[in-house]
Write a protein that binds this ligand. Sequence first.
Ligand code: GAR
Length: 200
Amino acid sequence: MLRVGVLVSGGGTNLQAVLNAIDNGEIQNAEVKVVISNNKSAYALERARNRGIDALCISPKEFESRTQFHDELLSRIDEYHLDLIVLAGFLVTIPEAMIQKYRNRIINIHPSLIPSFCGTGYFGLKVHEAALARGVKITGATVHYVDEGTDTGPILLQKAVEVKEGDSPEELQKRVMEEAEWVILPQAIALIAKEQEEKA
Ligand code: GAR
């Protein structure tokens, strides 16, 4: 059984897509053990609590230094003995010690076709604003492994989505979520869980 932890900052629709995929059997041999948010009002925490999943808020605001926040985040994560950490809209930089310790065991969902519209400053709606400003006709989403850079790790899955004439950033964000993110994030976890099962 793949032990999964999901890190979130906001609404948690990607987390919900993962939980639904576990329920309907699209993801097999995986269980979400903990959901962690940097923001206590993140609705994602509510989604976790409603299902009896441990839901923790670890906010950088509650620590005197970034180092203390990083240490706490890593030590709480370590307690769950996770096989996979999923960044599902987690908008805080991951500590380097965590990247080293969990190499090839952290994945991120990004709302564009990497290497377009990614890297520092490209998150959430800003990604879609940039795609519309550039006038691309195709965008999409990417699931990639997390390394020391921002959105630079090996790509696992991508899915393209059409940009429509007159799209607002919000409309494009919604289409990218529905047609790509909520599809490829569960697919990626299913693939990793299957791989682990085959190795066992
Ligand atoms: C998603 O669109 C995700 O791709 C994006 O944040 C949103 C979270 O939504 N992540 C990034 O921009 C990371 N750079 P959710 O909380 O409803 O899943």
